[in-house]
Design a protein around this ligand. Structure first.
Ligand code: GDP
Length: 195
């Protein structure tokens, strides 16, 4: 897909603020600092569409972008930042439940994990939530440039096993720095949008 137009719509904290759920939609999820903003910018070929390096855990809103006047890309708030209060964590949980309940137009979630680390309990909870709801998931391992190809494979196998993914080759290694995986991600997104 050629990204012709990217329009920031809204940073929503409640469902009344969501744009009408009439277009196809894909959401991006991951823990704070996983590289979500960097991936979105790289994917969209825009420098500052999503803000990189924000205070982790600060963004507690759901950001909607309209792409090519055709579909929504949704930046979900990052999770798993140790320093946030229980109240903030609970609010995050409610926000996610509401989002997944309300968006019948959601075609899938691009779930991010850091290629260097074993997925956290929060990552596992997120993946389980998607599976329980029958939401198709595209798993992406970020910051691939930080590891050699052989280390990447070791880590992809650990990630696959931890998250119950049958084949580690289904996970896309991605780098916002050198562009690794961007083409594959585009192809997978095209597939999801065509179904
Ligand atoms: P977010 O909190 O998930 O939106 O993460 P950001 O996109 O803000 O990135 C968090 C930090 O990781 C920033 O310092 C980024 O520069 C860095 N980062 C993000 N993606 C990559 C990547 O692909 N490679 C490297 N080396 N660093 C990255």
């Amino acid at each position: 897909m050629i990204i012709r137009k990217v329009e920031y719509i809204i940073s929503a904290v409640k469902p009344e603020q969501y744009p009408p759920g009439v277009s196809m939609e894909l959401a991006v999820a991951g823990r704070s600092n996983v590289g979500k903003s960097s991936l979105i910018n790289k994917f969209l070929n825009r420098k500052n569409m999503a803000r990189v390096g924000q205070t982790p855990g600060k963004t507690q809103a759901i950001n909607f972008f309209h792409i090519n006047d055709e579909w929504y890309l949704v930046d979900l708030p990052g999770y798993g930042y140790a320093k946030v209060s229980l109240e903030v964590k609970a609010r995050w949980g409610r926000m996610m439940q509401t989002y997944f309940q309300k968006r019948g137009n959601l075609l899938g979630v691009i779930q991010l994990v850091d290629i260097r680390h074993k997925p956290t309990e929060d990552d596992k909870t997120m993946v389980k939530m998607l599976r329980d709801r029958g939401i198709p998931m595209l798993l992406v391992a970020t910051k691939a440039d930080k590891l050699s190809r052989s280390r990447q494979i070791v880590q992809l196998k650990i990630i696959a096993e931890t998250l119950g993914v049958e084949d580690w080759k289904q996970i896309i290694p991605f780098s916002a720095v050198d562009g690794t995986g961007n083409r594959e991600l585009h192809e997978e997104v095209d597939q999801l949008l065509q179904n």
